[in-house]
Design a binder for this molecule. Structure first.
Ligand SMILES: Cc1cc2nc3c(=O)[nH]c(=O)nc-3n(C[C@H](O)[C@H](O)[C@H](O)COP(=O)(O)O)c2cc1C
Length: 291
């Protein structure tokens, strides 16, 4: 791969798209390093922007960075390059969460164009409509999550209150007023459905897969005219062992429905999140992660 594939300008554009991803309280807990010589962009967790409260193991950081990774993969595909992704490429560097290599020619598929087209329009909108999401659309969303190595389980009405009650009794939630404030609005107005992104394991790679799955679901939902808002509280406490999850790990709760769009939130400028490594510095630096 040549320098042409990943010029500094291209890296800036790709990272700008990546950072449109959602994150807890819009914390944007990521930073990016572009290595033009290897045509690689790396995603790191940014400890200065992680929220200690309520996320002691960094699950929410991994989910947010997984969502940014999904956007980055789409942006690379739309730039005409095949995105080759590795999760946790250097186990001894826990902050390096993923890398994407621009690997040769790629013709973007219509589905990729559709998702890419709504990246800038997606937002954590509270659904307020009175129409149920059709089963056909829910099935499409579930398939999107499966593609990313996770699952989307739509909660049956009979499960909703029980799962939320289990969630609400968790002591971590009770100690965080911002989260209980969010919960007070649950399960939301009529016509709102609750779905949970689940994974088979509960490790860092699974959290990154959950983040990619969440973003795939959110973008596909936005493309289908849905409003969706994410919530994390179901992650902890007794809810984890509820029968609604059939032995899987619930990573992220999503409220799905219809309604008017809310205002979009802003992001930090790209120069604050991206470091483009000059060739000379790259040569002096440690051997880059294989990507
Ligand atoms: C891992 C994660 C956890 C989140 N948890 C909550 C939450 O508990 N309550 C809430 O209202 N929004 C939550 N959100 C949504 C964020 O607040 C929202 O994504 C962020 O403010 C950026 O806004 P945007 O998604 O509209 O761009 C979460 C998002 C992510 C990615």
């Amino acid at each position: 791969m040549t320098d042409r594939a990943l010029s500094p300008r291209t890296a800036e554009k790709l990272v700008e798209i990546a950072t449109a991803a959602p994150s807890t309280h819009n914390s944007q807990p990521w930073r990016f390093v572009a290595r033009p010589a290897e045509a690689v962009i790396e995603i790191y967790a940014d400890p200065a922007r992680t929220l200690r409260d309520g996320d002691p193991h960094g699950r929410a950081v991994h989910i947010a960075c997984g969502a940014a990774l999904f956007n980055l993969r789409l942006a690379v595909a739309m730039s005409g390059n095949e995105p080759v992704t590795r999760l946790l490429p250097r186990p001894h560097n826990p902050l390096l969460l993923a890398c994407v290599r621009l690997a040769g020619h790629h013709r973007a598929r219509p589905a990729e164009r559709d998702l890419y087209g709504v990246i800038g329009r997606r937002g954590a909108h509270q659904p307020s409509g009175h129409h149920l999401v059709p089963r056909r659309v829910l099935a499409e969303l579930a398939e999107a999550a499966t593609t990313e190595g996770a699952a989307l389980r739509v909660l049956a009405e009979s499960d909703v209150m029980r799962v939320l009650r289990l969630t609400a009794v968790d002591h971590q939630l009770r100690s965080d007023p911002r989260r209980t404030a969010g919960l007070a609005r649950w399960p939301g107005p009529p016509g709102t459905q609750l779905a949970v992104i689940c994974t088979r394991s509960d490790d860092r790679a699974s959290w990154l897969r959950a983040g990619q799955a969440m973003q795939h679901v959110l973008l596909l939902g936005a493309h289908r005219g849905l409003r969706a808002s994410p919530l994390t509280p179901v992650l902890t406490g007794a809810a984890r062992f509820d029968s609604a999850f059939a032995g899987e790990y619930p990573e992220m709760l999503l409220r799905l429905g219809y309604g008017p769009p809310a205002e979009l939130t802003s992001r930090r400028p790209v120069w604050q999140t991206l470091h483009v490594m000059p060739a000379a510095q790259a040569a002096r630096a440690a051997v880059p992660a294989r990507c």
